[in-house]
Write a protein that binds this ligand. Structure first.
Ligand code: GCW
Length: 647
C-alpha cells in the first residue's frame, strides 16, 4: 500500500515525457538524476520538453531557480543542482495546480536553513510523536528502505534542506549515532538525503566525553575535552562527509551542559564549533534553557525570562558556525504565547526559529489544528528593534536579512512517523506541507498554502476546497477558544500534555503557573512583577507593560487581573472565558459538519479517517469546555451572563 499524502503520489500517466538537459548540465549527479526522474514520472508532460540549464542568473544564488514556459515546453534554470531540483518540483506543483499556461516563476528561498527536527529515539519510540513510531530507527539500528527514500523526496519537494534525525534528548549510551559502529549507516542515510539536496544533522549528548575514562569531563575549557571532540568529529566526517553538523540541547531538562562546569553557553557552543569548523559543520545550539526545578512558592523566578537572561548578554560571543535555535515563544509551544524577546535583540549572533508541528500542546494530531496562521503571525511580528515605524520582523531576523547574517533559518519539530499517512491525522499533513512552503517563502499566506495543499491532496472539487479550507482556517482559533484562555497556557494533564487539567502544573517544579484564586488570575510580568515585559525593545516593552495596551489574547500572560476586568472586547475576563469555550465547541461542530458534507466527494477511506477524528474532537472539545468553565465557575461563583449550564 502506498502512503496517503497525495502530493507524494506519482502520476500513472507520466510516460512519454521528453526531458532534455542542456550541455551545461554535468551528467550523473544524483540530484539531477532525481530531478529528471521526478519530471518523467510525476506529471504527464504530454510531449512537452523540459530543458534543465545550469547557467541560471547569478541572483538565483545557490538554491534559487527560474521556471519559464517555452514553445516546446519548459525551461528550468538554476546555478546549482539543488536549484534545478527545486525547479523540477515547482513545475510538478504548478502542473498539478493547473497554473502552467503563462508560467514564469523565479524563486529564491528566503531562509538559508529550512529544517525538520525529529525527536526520534534509537529504540524506535518518538518523544512527543503522534503518528506512530520512528521510521529511522528500530531496536537501536538505523532503518533505510523505500519509505526513507519517499521521505527524502517528500521533504525536498517542500524545499527542506536540513533534517535532524534523532531526539535532542540523547539519552542512554553516550554517543550512539556518533559511535563508530553506527557511522556507516549514518553515511548511507546522509548520502540518500544529500541526493535530494538535504543535509543530515545529528543531535549530540554534550556530556559524551565524560564517558571516556581518559577524559572524564565535559568542561568546554578543558583541553582534553576539546581534543576529544576534535578527534570524534574527524572520525565522524571521515565516514560521513556530507553531514551538516549537530544540534545540541544543553543545560536543559536534565541534559548536561557547560553550566555544570561554571561556563556559559557561548563557551560551551564555541568549543564544539571550533572542533567542527574545518569540516564546515554547524553547531545549532538550543536556547531552551531554564530552571526546571523551580519552587512554585517562589514568586521571583520567571521561566519566561530564562532564555533571554542566559543568552542575551552573550551577543557577539558566538562563533560564526554557531546558530542559536530559539523556540517561537518564551515558554514551550503553547497555543498562544508572545514572541520570544530574543529575536532581533542579538544582532551579532546567528538565530533560527524553532516551531513545533507535532502539536504537543495543540491537540496531538487527534484534533485538527492548522498551525500555519499562527506561524505567520509570529514571523510577521515586528520586534521593534529598529524603533517604531522601521519594520524589523522576526522573519527578517531569522532569515539573516535584517543584520546581514550568513546563517539562520527556520525549523520545526516534525509531526511525521510510521503511520501509513505519515502524520496520524490526515489533515495534520497540511502542517507539514505548510511549514515547508512557509520556510521557503514566508510571504505566502496561510490561506494560499491551505488551498494548494487541499488541491494537491483532494483534487479540484470546489466544495471540497471550500469546506476543507474553512475547517483548516477555523481550527487553530477554535483550539485556542476551548482550551486555556487569554494566553495563560498549559492547564493540561502533566507528562502527557493532553486533555484538560487546570491545576495540573500549578504546584509543580516546571515554572508554568496561572495562579488562579477566587478573585484574580495571571502572572504579573511588568516592572512591578517579574520584569519580563521590559525585556522587549522599547515600544513593545511599553505596550506589554500595561493591561490597557496589551492585546486581549495575551493579557493573562503579562498581567494578573481580577475576573471582572473589562477586556478590549468589552467583555469581562470571566465572561470571555465562558463565551470562548462555548464558541470553541460550536466551531468544532461546524468543522465536523463541513467535513460530513463532503461524503462521496472525498475518497471513502480518507473521509472515514477524518470523520472519526472529528467526531472524537467534538467530544474532547466539550470535555475541555466543561472542565475549564466549571473550574472557573467553582473558583469565582460568578454565573455565566447567558445562563448556560456550568457544573
Ligand atoms: O517541553 C518539552 C517537551 C519535551 C521536549 C522539550 C524540548 C525533547 O515536553 O518532550 O524534549 O520540550 O523542547 O527539549
Amino acid at each position: 500500500m502506498k502512503y496517503t499524502s497525495l502530493w507524494l503520489h506519482q502520476s500513472a500517466e507520466g510516460g512519454g515525457a521528453l526531458v532534455s538537459t542542456d550541455a551545461s548540465v554535468p551528467t550523473a549527479s544524483a540530484v539531477i538524476e532525481n530531478a529528471v526522474r521526478e519530471l518523467e514520472t510525476a506529471v504527464p508532460l504530454k510531449g512537452e520538453q523540459v530543458r534543465l540549464s545550469l547557467s541560471g542568473e547569478q541572483s538565483l544564488g545557490v538554491e534559487g531557480y527560474a521556471l519559464t514556459k517555452t514553445a516546446e515546453g519548459y525551461t528550468i534554470s538554476a546555478c546549482s543542482e539543488q536549484g534545478l531540483i527545486y525547479g523540477a518540483f515547482s513545475l510538478i506543483r504548478q502542473k498539478r495546480l493547473g497554473l502552467t499556461e503563462e508560467l514564469s516563476v523565479t524563486e529564491v528561498p528566503k531562509n538559508p536553513l529550512r529544517m525538520l527536527n525529529h525527536w526520534d529515539n534509537m529504540d524506535g519510540s518518538i518523544e512527543r510523536g503522534y503518528a506512530g513510531e520512528s521510521f529511522f530507527f528500530e531496536k537501536d539500528t538505523i532503518v533505510i528502505n523505500e519509505r526513507t527514500k519517499d521521505y527524502a523526496r517528500l521533504l525536498c519537494s517542500l524545499g527542506f534542506n536540513g533534517i535532524v534525525i534523532n531526539n535532542v534528548n540523547v539519552k542512554g549510551e553516550a554517543c550512539r549515532l556518533i559511535d563508530e559502529k553506527q557511522l556507516p549507516r549514518v553515511a548511507e542515510l546522509s548520502a540518500l538525503f544529500a541526493s535530494y539536496g538535504i543535509r543530515l544533522y545529528l543531535s549530540l549528548n554534550y556530556a559524551a566525553p565524560v564517558e571516556d575514562a581518559s577524559v572524564g569531563s565535559a568542561d568546554p575549557l578543558n583541553e582534553k575535552v576539546a581534543a576529544w571532540w576534535e578527534k570524534k568529529f574527524n572520525e565522524v566526517y571521515r565516514a560521513v562527509p556530507t553531514l551538516g553538523g549537530f544540534l545540541v540541547k544543553a543545560d536543559s531538562e536534565g541534559r548536561p551542559g557547560p553550566f555544570s562546569y561554571g561556563r556559559d553557553q557561548a563557551e560551551g557552543a564555541n568549543m564544539l564549533a571550533r572542533a567542527v569548523k574545518k569540516h564546515e559543520g554547524l553547531i545549532i545550539w538550543r536556547c531552551f534553557v531554564y530552571n526546571c526545578q523551580q519552587d512554585w512558592r517562589d514568586l521571583k523566578t520567571d521561566r519566561a525570562r530564562s532564555a533571554y537572561d542566559y543568552f542575551h548578554d552573550l551577543d557577539g560571543r558566538f562563533d560564526d558556525n554557531v546558530i542559536l535555535q530559539i523556540k517561537n515563544g518564551p515558554m514551550d509551544f503553547q497555543v498562544r504565547e508572545p514572541v520570544s524577546p530574543l529575536f532581533g535583540q542579538m544582532p551579532k549572533t546567528n538565530q533560527m526559529i524553532e516551531f513545533q508541528i507535532a502539536q504537543e500542546y495543540t491537540g496531538q494530531q487527534r484534533h485538527v489544528c492548522y498551525l500555519i496562521p499562527w506561524f505567520k503571525e509570529v514571523l510577521e511580528f515586528d520586534t521593534c528593534v529598529l524603533g517604531e515605524g522601521k519594520e524589523a520582523t522576526v522573519r527578517d531576523v531569522v532569515s539573516g536579512r535584517l543584520f546581514s547574517r550568513a546563517a539562520g533559518g527556520i525549523c520545526a519539530v516534525t509531526n511525521t512517523g510510521n503511520d501509513m499517512n505519515w502524520t496520524g491525522h490526515d489533515l495534520a499533513a497540511a502542517n507539514l506541507y505548510g511549514f515547508g512552503r512557509l520556510a521557503f517563502d514566508p510571504a505566502l499566506s496561510a490561506e494560499e498554502i491551505a488551498t494548494e495543499w487541499i488541491r494537491l491532496t483532494y483534487g479540484d472539487d470546489e466544495k471540497v476546497i471550500e469546506n476543507v479550507k474553512k475547517i483548516l482556517m477555523m481550527s487553530w482559533p477554535a483550539y485556542e477558544k476551548y482550551t486555556a484562555p487569554l494566553g495563560i497556557g498549559w492547564m493540561v494533564v502533566p507528562n502527557t500534555h493532553y486533555g484538560p487539567d487546570p491545576d495540573g502544573y500549578e504546584y509543580s517544579r516546571w515554572g508554568t503557573y496561572h495562579k488562579a484564586t477566587c478573585r484574580e488570575i495571571g502572572v504579573e510580568r511588568n516592572a512591578g512583577g517579574t520584569g519580563y515585559a521590559g525585556l522587549y525593545a522599547g515600544p513593545l516593552a511599553s505596550r506589554f507593560e500595561k493591561p490597557e495596551t496589551t492585546p486581549d489574547e495575551l493579557i493573562l500572560f503579562f498581567h494578573r487581573l481580577p475576573y471582572d476586568y473589562v477586556l478590549h472586547s468589552g467583555k469581562t475576563v470571566i465572561q470571555h472565558i465562558y463565551d470562548s469555550h462555548f464558541e470553541g465547541v460550536s466551531d468544532v461542530d461546524e468543522m465536523a459538519a463541513l467535513w460530513e458534507a463532503l461524503e462521496g466527494a472525498v475518497e471513502p477511506g480518507a473521509f472515514r479517517r477524518v470523520k472519526e477524528r472529528l467526531d472524537y474532537q467534538r467530544e474532547h472539545a466539550r470535555e475541555w469546555r466543561d472542565v475549564i468553565n466549571s473550574y472557573f465557575y467553582r473558583k469565582t461563583l460568578i454565573a455565566d451572563d447567558r445562563g448556560r449550564e456550568l457544573y
